[in-house]
Ligand binder design. Structure first.
Ligand SMILES: C[S@@+](CC[C@H](N)C(=O)[O-])C[C@H]1O[C@@H](n2cnc3c(N)ncnc32)[C@H](O)[C@@H]1O
Length: 233
């Protein structure tokens, strides 16, 4: 990017919506997510889609509390765990230390400023974090990921994505089902998500993925607004 124009760059270290720099938020993150996620099923699907092996190098961008980084580090040669939040990274590092992992490299960087060499990764995981960027910056993030993946490399995206039709109804239904699963806290969490973060339409996500040059090889929708995409360079 042109150095003279740096002042219009997106400030990706700024928290949007949920404040994941806050120790209180980070401490409750795993138990709250357990109310609506089946993390073991997510591991299984990622394993099927990305096919790790002992020689591969992956990145987990927006790694949060580090569950996916730690789980897949055991199946890879090297794993980069990136997040903009120092608090999240501290939690993730603690998990890696407790499991005596030495092949995870943690960096306090984000989608836009991570700077790995071209074609250096076999796969990238992006789980519930791309929606922290507005759409133009999602495109720039995908450009950076594409550059960093080797030819044939794979990108897994899991995120809250609004369906092309009946978006309002899908959002409302999801808010209600989250409230049933996790009470007032998860309801408020979901309201903040739609009000203050940057979830976008499925057609925009697919357009961004395709325009960047990725082939979309798999997609799954759950609960109306939860989408998983498998993209290949
Ligand atoms: C909802 S959590 C997801 C954590 C984890 N990947 C998961 O699936 O549970 C979102 C994470 O994205 C991080 N994040 C926000 N903006 C980011 C950016 N521009 N680059 C990388 N990570 C970012 C937040 O700090 C937070 O840890």
């Amino acid at each position: 990017m042109n150095k003279l124009a740096e002042n219009w760059l997106y400030q990706e270290y700024q928290q949007t919506g949920k404040d994941y720099a806050s120790l209180d938020e980070v401490t409750v993150y795993d138990p709250v997510h357990d109310d609506f996620r089946n993390i073991d099923a997510e591991y299984k699907l990622i394993e099927e889609w990305l096919e790790p092996d002992k020689s591969c190098t992956w990145a987990d961008i927006g790694c949060g509390t580090g569950n996916f980084s730690v789980y897949f580090a055991k199946k890879c040669d090297k794993l980069y765990a990136f997040d903009i939040s120092e608090t999240m990274l501290e939690f993730a590092k603690q998990k890696a230390r407790s499991q005596l992992l030495s092949n995870v490299e943690f960096q306090q960087v984000g989608y836009l400023n991570m700077n790995l060499p071209d074609s250096s990764l076999d796969a990238v995981m992006s789980s519930l974090s791309l929606h922290h960027l507005p759409d133009y910056w999602k495109a720039k993030a995908l450009e950076n990921i594409y550059r960093t993946l080797r030819p044939g490399g794979r990108l897994y995206i899991y995120d809250v994505v609004i369906p092309d039709e009946q978006g309002d109804a899908a959002i409302q239904a999801f808010i209600e089902s989250q409230a049933e699963r996790g009470g007032d806290f998860l309801r408020e969490d979901t309201l903040i998500h739609f009000r203050e973060e940057y979830s976008t339409f499925d057609w925009i996500m697919k357009g961004l993925i395709a325009r960047q040059g990725f082939t979309l090889s798999r997609e799954v929708t759950e609960d109306g607004v939860l989408k998983r995409y498998l993209c290949q360079k």
